[in-house]
Design a protein around this ligand. Sequence first.
Ligand SMILES: [Zn+2]
Length: 203
Amino acid sequence: MKDYHTHHIRPCGGSLCSVTPDDWERVAAAEGMTPCFGVHPWHAHAVQEPAEFAFELDEWLCRYPTAEVGETGLDASERHKPTLETQRLLLHLHLGAAFRHERLVHLHGVHAWAELLGILKERARCNTLPRVLLHAWNGSHEMAREFLALGAVFSVGYRELSHPRAVERYARIPAERLFPESDDRPELWPQTLALFRLLRADK
Ligand SMILES: [Zn+2]
């Protein structure tokens, strides 16, 4: 099974997400992985010139026709709240690029699933919604249903799968829309897969 969202080169293959533009060269060169170009919301402050960034992202997506977009998203936790305005601007740039280039976009959402849902719904209304993957998904059923209606897929890792309410949270998401991820913990991949399979066997 491939790793649907990771920041490490993985023997099983998968989507290798960058965290800043300085990381794009590395992910593009990784053999056997799908490179993902983006700026993680934790590094929003690293982008000085958003317009320049948008041009660069376009260029890299043209150059790598099978690449995906990410990691991007919103993080409204205390620590990252101060950059929320920049995060929002960057998120829109990523979503626009993903839509134009018809790529999947990897979304991070901490204390921000509701806002993300609103943004995606608005894009759906305007017919500018790209395919999205919600990584480390831990939202409610009600919200999952709304994201599913927008065509979203989800990935979950060890932290989410070992949560006491994991079965209740994930069992109702259709199998073809829920995937395993290692994110920043590749060493936990065997345990992640074991928990992921248990969840599926439970159905
Ligand atoms: Zn990540």
